[in-house]
Each structure stands twice: as C-alpha cells, then as structure tokens.
Design a protein around this ligand. Structure first.
Ligand code: ADP
Length: 274
C-alpha cells in the first residue's frame, strides 16, 4: 500500500579511502506500515541517516531489499519528502519561490505552483511572509517553510532527520504539534530520526532503537497508550509514560555507552601512538 516502508536484511557498506569498507548498516529488518509515524533513535554515527537515504533511494543497499509502497526501491523513490536539520532552502529565493520549486519541478505551471505555495505558507502560519528570504526568518519559521516545501508535494513518505534539534525547547514543542496537525491531513508514512526520547514518544506510533554501529534494529516499541500527542514536555514525568520512557531510555543508554567506549578507545590508541 501507498507509503509503507519495509527493510529486509538490509546491509550498507561504504568504500573507505584506504580501500577497505565501512559497514554502516548490518542486516536491518524494519517495517513501517502505511500512514505510520516511526521515530528512529540511536547513538550518533550509528547509521540513522543512512537508513533515511536508503529509503529515499539515494543509495542502494549492499545486501537486502528496501521496499516503499510495496515496490523494490531502485533509483530515487517517488513520493518522498524530506526535512533535515539544516533547512535545504535556497537563500537567494523568497520563501514563496522556495516552496513553489517542488511543483514547478514536477511540471506544474508556474502560476498554479505559486498559488499552491501561497496556500501552503498560509497553512503553516506564514501568510504575509511570502516575499521574505530564508535569512530573514527565525529557525522555527524556516522549519515551517521546510515542512511546507516537503508537504506541497503530497509525499507518501516523509523522511525527517533531526528536523527540530536546532530549535529551543518551546519552539520545538510548538513545531511538534504543528507537524502532527499537518501529518494528520495527508497521513504519509514518516521516518523521524531524533535524539530526543520525549519527542519520539510524543510523536511516534513506533520507536525503533538502533544499535551502536554498524546499526541494526535493537528494539521496537509500539506506543498505543492514550497520550498527549505532540505535547513533548509532558512525556518524561507523566505517570502513564514512566515505564515506556524508562525502557526506551535503558535500551538507548546501553547503545550510546557502547558507541562512546568505542570512540574513547580509539582516541586512547591515538594518544598512545603519539
Ligand atoms: P547517524 O545518522 O546515525 O549519525 P550515519 O548514517 O550518518 O549515522 O552514518 C553511519 C556511518 O556510516 C558513519 O560511521 C559514517 O561515517 C558512515 N557513512 C555514512 N555515509 C557515508 C559515505 N557516503 N561514505 C562513507 N561512510 C559513510
């Protein structure tokens, strides 16, 4: 069905400069049902971005198969939308033109694309800012532009890589609610990479913990508790989520410690050699 994502035994190796290979993902099995909001957490450098890139079809797996909407990904995936930590906005174009780029790229006539972009900017609360340039906006506003630019293409799958991590806590909470409101309208499947467990639990139907690299799936938590969805700040100490939060925290903590001990042992080696 439209938008579902399935990784079956996916391994990704990258060639390194010394001619050997680095394994970023190892034997990843992951299912994201159509319309599901899935958060992915794991230590820095474990392979989360690589997972998104494979879903987008920008890389091919070294082994295994990635399917989106039931089709084997082979080339750039149709219907994927992106929001990254660094907003990929063109600094020399107004935000209206930035948002209109997607439809124009797809062959929608410029006038119509501009109207659609205007409508989307209204939807994300930026009516009146159409002619502003990205640098004239706050971080939160740029996020809204990025969301509009992704959603205008009606993606069946939305890939988000720490989209809100550069924002202050309050703006982050506001943007989480905003994201859910927009997601409800078209219900793309979402893969949302984050370091923030509260954010993950507040937003996602499923939280996937990845192991310290090479990443594989360590644990999957399905969240069917009634909760204040999007209310990031209410999660950690809310009695209903204590257990869940604790379990995911523990699972992630082990992996982060492992990743950390690996990097410190590498720097110890370097120190010894010097
Ligand atoms: P994360 O998003 O979890 O921080 P990444 O997916 O970016 O991790 O990276 C996983 C590992 O794969 C890292 O060790 C990184 O250096 C390596 N890697 C990612 N992309 C490439 C690439 N294009 N070439 C070589 N190595 C890469």
């Amino acid at each position: 069905r439209r938008g579902g994502v399935q990784f079956s035994g996916v391994t990704k190796r990258f060639p390194t400069r010394d001619g050997s290979e680095k394994t970023a993902l190892r034997d990843v099995d992951l299912v994201i049902e159509p319309g599901m909001f899935c958060a992915v957490v794991g230590p820095t450098g474990c392979g989360k971005s690589t997972t998104l890139t494979l879903a987008a079809g920008l890389y091919r797996p070294s082994a295994g198969v990635v399917r989106v909407s039931g089709e084997v990904v082979d080339g750039i995936t149709n219907g994927a939308g992106f929001v990254f930590q660094n907003d990929a906005l063109l600094p020399w174009k107004s935000i209206l033109k930035n948002v209109a780029l997607g439809p124009i790229f797809r062959g929608v006539p410029k006038k119509q694309a501009t109207e659609e972009a205007r409508e989307w900017l209204r939807t994300v609360g930026l009516a009146g800012f159409e002619d502003y340039f990205p640098y004239q906006l706050s971080g939160g506003m740029r996020k809204r532009v990025s969301l509009a630019a992704a959603l205008i293409n009606k993606p069946s799958m939305l890939l988000m890589d720490e989209p809100f991590s550069a924002l202050d806590v309050q703006t982050r909470a506001i943007m989480s609610n905003e994201l859910l409101r927009l997601w409800e309208r078209t219900r793309p499947s979402v893969i949302f990479v984050t370091h923030d467990l509260e954010e993950a639990i507040a937003l996602a139907d499923r939280v996937v913990v990845m192991t310290a690299g090479p990443a594989t799936v360590k644990a999957v938590f399905d969240i069917d508790l009634p909760r204040p969805r999007g209310e990031v700040q209410e999660i950690r100490f809310h009695p209903r989520f204590l257990d869940l939060y604790q379990q995911i925290w523990e699972s992630l903590r082990e992996e982060v410690e492992q990743a950390y001990s690996r990097t410190t042992s590498v720097s110890n080696l370097k120190g010894n050699a010097a």
